[in-house]
Design a protein around this ligand. Structure first.
Ligand code: PMP
Length: 361
């Protein structure tokens, strides 16, 4: 049966049709430089290894703690908030999806930037939430005034993805304070790489949810941990939604390993600093090679070349098993998003570009 006929059949016509989010490629070559999904190039804290190596597998016979107390407690202690203000999930994707379900039910359109994390429209479609996008300015900045209007909620990453551009905290605060009747979600997946967090504003604004992840700055993309911090009321709504869906999203190993990761502050600071230093060196090298980009406060650089097409550079890098991300989308189809790897990886990347561009320019 071909797909067209199949989709018209009585069985298929009531199935959900949805355009899914497309995650970055996970190439299976052993000799690769992977700068395409904003992972951390360094391993997680040794404390994580210790917990996983020492985990008592017999304990897997029991359900995990549905309150995720050990992990939420460690997050709460680290950020100096009460545990009742913390919610965790299977990566921040899970937390954000729960937030969409929990908070965006007014029937009015939810607002987010036109160039942003491409999962937002997917969740909106999945949960039948209306949305409107607001154009970033020509320097890829969020225009705060665009968000001073009737809406059913607001979500944006800060720093934004895939641009890396940060909205200053006072402007974030203005967006929150001008929208007291709708929830504002600040997605801080990349904030640890030099951005200013809105976490201190949680006590001031009842309508603020700050979402962060262990996937980037804590090198735990494979474990899947994200969390939200908000007032107790919003957190209890999130818990009610989660418990109406799956009470045990966080497994026992992840709860323990995540708690160990967040407690190792020295390792966290050391790796984040290394990435920031490498990012700054890479910016200088890219500028010398004729790339242009806005200042990035994240673990990636969103750049275009003055003369050579992004798609051509992407393909040439790919042939050498150097993977960066290319989005074939309006306004950004001449840009590459380059994750910051180790110094050594970035040197190989820059050396390749030097050679490649020499013949092109
Ligand atoms: N928000 C933004 C802006 C992201 O780029 C990502 C990474 N794809 C996420 C959230 C989700 O990250 P994770 O689910 O790994 O926490």
């Amino acid at each position: 049966m071909n797909l067209g006929v199949r989709e018209m059949s009585d069985l298929w016509k009531n199935f959900r049709k949805i355009e899914p989010y497309v995650p970055g490629e996970q190439p299976q070559f052993s000799d690769k430089i992977k700068l395409n999904t904003n992972e951390n190039p360094y391993p997680p804290s040794p404390a994580v290894k210790k917990v996983i190596d020492g985990f008592c597998t017999d304990d897997l016979k029991l359900y995990p703690d549905p309150d995720v107390s050990e992990l939420n407690g460690a997050i709460a202690d680290y950020y100096g908030v009460d545990k009742s203000k913390v919610f965790s999930g299977v990566g921040s994707d899970d937390v954000l999806a729960m937030c969409f379900m929990a908070f965006f039910n007014s029937g009015k359109p939810v607002l987010f930037p036109d160039i942003t994390y491409s999962f937002y429209p997917v969740w909106a479609n999945l949960f039948n939430i209306k949305y409107e996008t607001k154009r970033l300015d020509d320097n890829f900045r969020i225009v705060k005034e665009d968000y001073f209007c009737e809406n059913g909620g607001i979500v944006f990453p800060n720093p934004n993805a895939p641009t890396g551009v940060e909205l200053p905290l006072d402007e974030v605060e203005e967006i929150i304070s001008r929208n007291r009747n709708s929830v504002v979600i600040v997605d801080e997946a990349y904030v640890d790489f030099g951005g200013k967090s809105a976490l201190p504003l949680v006590d001031k604004y009842e309508n603020l949810v700050v979402v962060q992840t262990f996937s980037k700055s804590r090198s735990l993309a494979g474990l899947r941990i994200g969390f939200a911090v908000a007032n107790e009321g919003l957190i209890s709504v999130l818990n009610a939604v989660r418990n109406s869906f799956n009470s045990y999203t966080m497994n026992s190993i992840t709860i323990k390993a995540g708690a160990a990761a967040v407690k190792d502050d020295a390792y966290f600071k050391e790796t984040v600093e290394k990435i920031i230093n490498t990012r700054e060196k890479t910016k200088t090298a890219l500028k010398k090679l004729g790339f242009e980009f806005q200042d990035s406060k994240s673990n990636f650089i969103f750049a275009k070349h003055k003369t050579v097409k992004a798609e051509d550079i992407f393909n040439a890098l790919r042939e050498k098993h150097i993977f960066v991300r290319y989005f074939n989308q309006p306004r950004i189809d001449n840009y590459l998003r380059i994750t910051v790897g180790t110094d050594e990886e970035m040197q190989i990347f820059i050396d390749f570009l030097k050679n490649y561009l020499k013949d092109k320019c």
